[in-house]
Write a protein that binds this ligand. Structure first.
Ligand code: MG
Length: 193
């Protein structure tokens, strides 16, 4: 299967045109530093970003604790029973299977952990940051605070679900970033040079 076929069948909420917009930003940011996504789930966006990383000799770090956001647990609106494993909710096997099927394992590095904990220890400059992890106001805010400061000049900051008011508010208030485009529910921004 091609990476695109894997991306198309992977579970997740990223539209193809949003994936392509991620790829364009990643191509522009190719020489600026690694790509980082917060929220990997089943690897749909990782296929898009990983395919560019392969093409340019870069890398994507995908940060996710893989135990699901509050809205993904049983009984909530985004719950998928397929995510339930022997230890409860676990999207990591789905992520690994998809990244493997896409042939992208050398370029997609999963970091299994809470982004707010990993973020406290992160220090590498970032070329592109895709924020699509916790969708609650506090979670989005702390992902922005902990990770966006590492984006280099000219690097990209991209929020998914920016049509949700409290996420759009964090995006709009991001100082030092210029609005580039809105694609689907995604807000694409770039750090001023
Ligand atoms: Mg999302």
């Amino acid at each position: 299967m091609s990476w695109k076929q894997v991306a198309d069948q992977a579970k997740g909420w990223l539209y193809p045109e949003e994936g392509l917009a991620l790829q364009i930003a990643a191509l522009v940011a190719r020489d600026l530093g690694p790509f980082v996504e917060i929220g990997g789930y089943c690897g749909k966006s990782a296929c898009y970003l990983g395919a560019v990383a392969q093409h340019v000799g870069g890398v994507l770090f995908s940060v996710d604790w893989h135990r699901g956001s509050p809205e993904m647990v049983p009984g909530r609106e985004c719950h998928d029973p397929d995510m339930m494993g022997p230890d409860g909710f676990d999207s990591l096997p789905h992520f690994r299977r998809n990244v493997y099927a896409a042939g992208l394992e050398p370029w997609v590095i999963p970091i299994v952990g809470d982004s707010t904990v990993v973020g406290r220890y992160w220090s590498t400059p970032i070329g592109l940051l895709f924020i699509d992890g916790a969708h609650d106001a506090v979670g989005v805010r702390s992902d922005f605070d902990l990770w966006a400061k590492h984006i280099v000049p000219g690097g990209y900051l991209i929020f998914h679900d920016a049509t949700i008011p409290h996420i759009g508010a964090v995006a709009s208030a991001a100082e030092g970033f210029d609005h580039v485009d809105t694609v689907g529910c995604m807000q694409v921004m770039r750090r001023a040079r």
